[in-house]
Design a protein around this ligand. Sequence first.
Ligand code: ADP
Length: 520
Amino acid sequence: MSDALRVLRRVFGYDAFRGDQQEIIDHVVAGGDALVLMPTGGGKSLCYQIPALVRRGVGVVVSPLIALMQDQVDALRALGVRAGFLNSTQDLDERRLVEAEFLAGELDLLYLAPERLRVESTLSLLGRGSISLFAIDEAHCVAQWGHDFRPDYLALSELHERWPDVPRIALTATATEATHSEIASRLKLQDARHFVASFDRPNIQYRIAPKNDPKRQLLELLRTEHQGDAGIVYCLSRASVEKTAEFLVKNGIEALPYHAGLDARIRAENQARFLREDGLVVVATIAFGMGIDKPDVRFVAHLDLPKSVEGYYQETGRAGRDGLPSTAWLAYGLQDVVQQRKMIDGSEGDAAHRRRLGSHLDAMLALCETVECRRVGLLAYFGQQSTECGNCDTCLTPAESWDGTVPAQKLLSTVVRLKRERNQKFGAGQVIDILLGKKTAKVIQFDHDALSVFGIGEELREAEWRGVVRQLLAQGLIAVEGDYGTLVLSESSGEVLGGQRQVMLRREPESARRAAKSSS
Ligand code: ADP
């Protein structure tokens, strides 16, 4: 039996390696560099923990997840692994103790926050000990493309110059092709062997529905398909976390809130209960889930649009780690797009940063509006090919597409007329009211019933118009701006108005039902 397998069984208590683990571990034990791309829950930790135990010296693990270090170290110590960490949460005495253990060769693993490696005293400490390997966790943090770029990570490229003989293993769960090659070049891992696991999670059923009454839609999902199941519901704001949790409790579902604004004690308690008890629902902001390892999460629901496909993948990936059928359900609406664009416009950072956030959002929107298999789209985003899965909403109920060129032109001309004739900009609500010929108080106040476009869009219902706006936004054929999400033309709107571009839209589920009924 190999040393690695012996450690897997004796220390960690598992029978066999999963996926590429064995190959990765053998490669690193033999002194090779590795770049590991593996989805969340795939078992990345063992890929450096075992080589650190097999090789001579201390395995140095660089991780930005400072809040998790204590837990990780405690868990390892409980298994009898000699682990320690150095980060900013410790006082001087605690740090000294860990440093002494490191120098005395009394550690197997030392976890470090990346900023530690920019401090000369840390580097000189490492220089005086014996290092078995460097593991760089969450390696996408080095990429400008990534959503949590950290300048500290750039310094990690120097590890190789200082310790040319120590193998390095970089690990990430969120690499697109672009991120992937950026990690390799920035960390100077060109010669590293790449291990790319499949990102497919076949037991997760992906579903994305238009949002109309999200809490009710969620309740319906829980009652019809996930009665008594454990699950996570993600909301964007603390306020909606609270409201949604209350709503579920009122409707007889045991739900606990989790967000950064809650008292740390309550937060820890809710998390512990979720892990320990059966069938609890946690309603949370994305603060929840990092390092959560509960095998039987049967559903992950998003009541708000995630900011990126990576985020969506990571959050939905917390469902079904036990391999049993699970649901990833997302409700998304026009307001999500308006809100996120607003957040991007108001975000800190330079124009390039905002553009990046914009392209992350665009990719997420494209996934929402696709008429193709969701899994194919999701995996393609990570640079992986697949065939239609038969286990997502578009495979199970194929989405129809329809030619929305004329409605798109009507909508865009309304926006143009408001601007040209009145020098006004309005949000989707008012524009749709004009198209539908509704004499609301606001329409009358602004004399919008006198516009030539008033009532030219009566062939579609309000929900359908909202779908049109949403999809035009997703395709970049219209844009929103400002605090109120006013509609403005985008660079490509002209092609639609001029008739050079056909607009294909996904039919909304309810209008698909209506269309089917009227034709039967
Ligand atoms: P990642 O870091 O890729 O998200 P982890 O390293 O946290 O994943 O592993 C996820 C879970 O899978 C952990 O509970 C871990 O103990 C378990 N695990 C990893 N490898 C194996 C294995 N070979 N056999 C059984 N369980 C494993």
